[in-house]
Write a protein that binds this ligand. Structure first.
Ligand SMILES: [Zn+2]
Length: 342
């Protein structure tokens, strides 16, 4: 019988911490309550796993890793011109976060679980092969993608719904036709990439799908994108596994940006992704945490996604509807459909 279990791991990296910084261990303060979820019998808590060196070096060259380790040893400090801090514990924390991602991929690809969620930090999607940025040191989802490919799951579809564009992930895979990278993000904020016309390069042309959204876009925009872009793109690509860069900073109440997804909106998106995984790749879907900076909201939104993985109706949206009307995205959608031949 096919497993209905949900694998998860919690790696809060308490010593990767800079007081006052939004990307902090405090983000994880409610995650211990997951074990009391109404579907707790479906959950399997996966122990942290040492990430195979080869999985990390498949993405980050040894010279970068050595430089990062040395910078950490000299910490605390910053490793880019933005706001990416590093402490003496950060190098190990980044390895453990990547190990958490790998552990959940293993649980799902081995069939011990049908789906999973790696609740890890530091996040990863802004890290490129040789550059830490945007609070990210190593690219967890990229490491997991190459690792899944090495196990024979060669067609990987990454859906990145963090409010920021996953420039590191795009950089790493834009020439790889075996990885479909689809990102929804707020236009005009950090890191400034992710334009409509960035569609991949060389053999990977067409395998990058960017959906830059205007401020205040929310549930209606995401419903339209899910139906008219994500679903047909996934059906055309036909992945062997879905990996999700799950940032919850697109929620209307998040302090760092101005999209307006609600907790119910995350549920709807999550349900659609589970349905696609069921119809295209035996349900294989692994979420990895990226952003989301209000601890209580983050927990609610993670729980909304966990309910969709469990196939259970989520509780009422505690945070309620978005405060502002949404802009229409008809022209944007028409452009995306034209660019991607949908
Ligand atoms: Zn983000």
């Amino acid at each position: 019988m096919i497993s209905t279990k949900i694998a998860y791991t919690i790696i809060p990296s308490p010593n990767h911490n800079l007081p006052g910084h939004p990307e902090s261990p405090d983000r994880f303060q409610h995650f211990h309550k997951l074990s009391q979820a109404p579907f707790s019998e479906q959950l399997i808590l996966i122990d942290p796993q040492v990430v195979p060196q080869s999985a990390v070096t498949a993405i980050h060259p040894p010279a970068y890793l050595e430089a990062l380790e040395q910078a950490a040893a000299r910490g605390p400090g910053f490793v880019d011109h933005g706001d990416t801090y590093i402490t003496p514990a950060s190098y190990q924390a980044a390895l453990e976060a990547a190990g958490g991602a790998i552990a959940i991929v293993n649980a799902v690809t081995e069939g011990r679980a049908r789906s999973g969620f790696a609740l890890v930090r530091p996040p990863g999607h802004h890290a490129s092969a040789t550059r830490a940025s945007g609070f990210c040191l190593m690219n967890n989802i990229a490491i997991a993608t190459c690792y899944a490919q090495s196990l024979g799951f060669q067609r990987v579809m990454i859906v990145d719904f963090d409010v920021h564009h996953g420039n590191g992930t795009q950089d790493l895979f834009e020439q790889d036709p075996g990885v479909l990278y689809l990102s929804t993000h707020q236009s005009g904020i950090y890191p400034g990439t992710g334009g409509l016309n960035e569609v991949g390069q060389g053999e990977g042309t067409g395998s990058v799908v960017n959906i830059p959204l205007p401020p205040r876009a929310g549930d209606q925009a995401f419903a339209a994108i899910t139906e008219r872009v994500i679903t047909p793109i996934a059906e055309r690509f036909s992945p062997d596994i879905f990996l999700i860069s799950a940032g919850f900073d697109a929620h209307w109440n998040d302090p760092l940006a101005s999209l307006q997804l609600t907790t119910s909106g995350y549920s709807e998106l999550g349900k659609a992704l589970v349905e696609l995984a069921e119809s295209l790749c035996q349900g294989r879907i692994v979420y990895m945490l990226e952003g989301g900076y209000d601890p209580q909201d983050l927990y609610d939104n993670v729980m909304a996604i966990m309910h969709t993985l469990a196939g259970v109706q989520p509780p009422d949206d505690r945070l309620g509807p978005a405060p502002f009307p949404e802009p229409a995205i008809n022209d944007l959608l028409a452009n995306i459909l034209a660019i991607h031949d949908l």
